[in-house]
Design a protein around this ligand. Structure first.
Ligand SMILES: [Zn+2]
Ligand SMILES: [Zn+2]
Length: 179
């Protein structure tokens, strides 16, 4: 009788996450930011969050555990990683969305609820890069990010209309405390 095989990458993924978290902590230290319990918690929660959260999203999630934490602490922690190229940052209109996934990938964005889903992708093919180089008179491609717009499975099923996301995000912004 053969035992069900475990996903071969489970251990690797855990090790990857560990070393990514460690690299992020080192980067914060290098940026002159103190490794406070708050910053360590921000990093840990961010590493496990595939939803491409805004700083406000993480601030609200962590506020219960750290009542004295400021929004600025969350923002500058995430920004320190993104500005060093150690995490991704997405601008879809509205507040920046931060992305812990540093593997090459594209995004599918739901125009109704704003959900962002990662799609694994291959690095830019050399033929594609040279086509761009020819078409632009010498542009050197470093990476490619595609964004697919539409409706996530849940919204498609519930009959939501595209365009609801900007309205509900605008409502959230009005309700959020200003900083
Ligand atoms: Zn949706
Ligand atoms: Zn992503």
């Amino acid at each position: 009788m053969s035992r069900p095989r475990r996903a071969p990458r489970a251990g690797d993924a855990r090790a990857d996450r560990q070393s990514k978290v460690q690299a992020w902590l080192d980067a914060l230290k290098g940026a002159g930011l103190k490794l406070t319990p708050q910053r360590i918690a921000i990093i840990r929660v961010f590493a496990d969050d595939p939803s491409h959260p805004t700083a406000q999203d993480l601030f609200e999630r962590l506020r219960g555990d750290f009542p004295t934490m400021s929004f600025a602490t969350v923002y500058n922690t995430l920004d320190a990683l993104a500005s060093r190229g150690l995490s991704g940052e997405l601008n879809l209109g509205g507040a920046a969305r931060f992305d812990p996934n540093t593997d090459t990938h594209h995004h599918a964005v739901c125009d109704a609820c704003g959900a962002v889903v990662d799609i694994p992708a291959d690095p830019v093919a050399p033929a594609q890069a040279s086509q761009v180089r020819r078409a632009t008179g010498g542009f050197v491609v470093e990476r490619e990010e595609r964004t697919y717009h539409g409706l996530c499975e849940r919204c498609a099923r519930s009959g939501a209309a595209a365009g609801d996301a900007s309205r509900s995000r605008a409502r959230a912004r009005r309700a959020a405390p200003s900083h």
